[in-house]
Design a protein around this ligand. Structure first.
Ligand SMILES: C[S@@+](CC[C@H](N)C(=O)[O-])C[C@H]1O[C@@H](n2cnc3c(N)ncnc32)[C@H](O)[C@@H]1O
Length: 265
């Protein structure tokens, strides 16, 4: 598995922590299996920094809510060990494409088999590097660019170089029929000097992944390409969900992550 894919195990381990809470914001049926399999194979997953699981639970819920309002064609970019195909109540006729690196998706397939999960929608897996020509692979897998799409890119942009991010966003725009929607997160560089951010980045680097500065203004870029964009911040959403972030967390660092929702008119 490529180093960057180990970050998928890391966030899944945080979802496992969330699943054990009585007031959980989501319940991921794959997450515990990820942790157990990592332990069994002696793959180390770095411990999450204090508050990271709570932070990630809000991010997860944001995407869950986004996907709750259609359309029926869904593309999960950099799906990692995301189990939404199995755990969300999909309307009949939903077709969901998961894209990620081949080794990660092969590992995920073995976990899904071991847990015995059945998707609640038509799930199509597209093993591909998102720096390559993934549009052709997606269309070959049955994606229709004339139907509106709900796209999500959760925890992805920070692992792509600036030109790769721009290409990805261009490709999404090119494949999006009117009525399409797109949710993604990105982290402002404004909080890079905060201790908690430096700590999280160190843990990510300890997995061999490189966390790169994101496009300075993806929301502005999307607006210039005809999308209309709304931005949420994690601490405010946490309050809205009835689970404020723990007091010890640095508000500047927590506010540096923007959760963006873009729609094409
Ligand atoms: C932090 S994980 C997020 C996974 C998932 N979206 C989630 O939130 O649980 C980052 C994911 O991006 C994927 N990824 C990073 N670079 C990629 C690339 N060039 N092509 C395809 N997938 C990539 C990794 O394999 C990994 O699954």
């Amino acid at each position: 598995m490529q180093a960057v894919s180990r970050t998928a195990l890391w966030v899944a381990s945080m979802r496992a922590t969330e699943a054990s809470r009585p007031d959980r914001l989501h319940d991921d049926p794959l997450a515990a299996a990820v942790v157990a399999s990592a332990m069994a194979s002696e793959q180390s997953i770095p411990p999450a920094p204090p508050g990271a699981a709570e932070f990630m639970a809000v991010r997860t819920r944001f995407y869950d809510d986004f996907l709750g309002s259609g359309p029926l064609q869904v593309v999960v970019l950099a799906a990692g060990l995301d189990a939404r195909a199995f755990r969300l109540p999909w309307p009949s006729g939903t077709r969901l494409f998961e894209l990620d690196l081949p080794e990660l998706l092969a590992y995920k397939a073995s976990l899904i088999d071991s847990v015995g999960l059945e998707a609640g929608c038509s799930r199509v897996v597209v093993p591909i590097d998102l720096r390559d020509d993934w549009a052709t692979a997606l269309v070959a897998a049955g994606f229709s660019s004339s139907s509106p799409t709900a796209w999500i890119a959760e925890g992805l942009l920070q692992y792509l170089s600036e030109p790769d991010k721009k290409r990805l966003l261009d490709t999404i725009s090119g494949l999006s029929a009117p009525g399409s929607r797109f949710a993604f997160d990105h982290m402002d560089t404004s909080a890079d000097d905060r201790e908690s951010v430096a700590d999280a980045l160190d843990r990510i680097r300890s997995m061999g992944a490189e966390f790169v500065a994101t496009v300075s203004d993806p929301a502005g870029w999307l607006t210039a390409h005809g999308w209309s964009v709304a931005v949420d911040r994690v601490p405010a959403l946490a309050v809205e969900y009835g689970r404020p972030l723990p007091d010890f967390m640095d508000p500047a660092a927590s506010n540096a992550t923007a959760l963006c929702t873009a729609t094409l008119p």
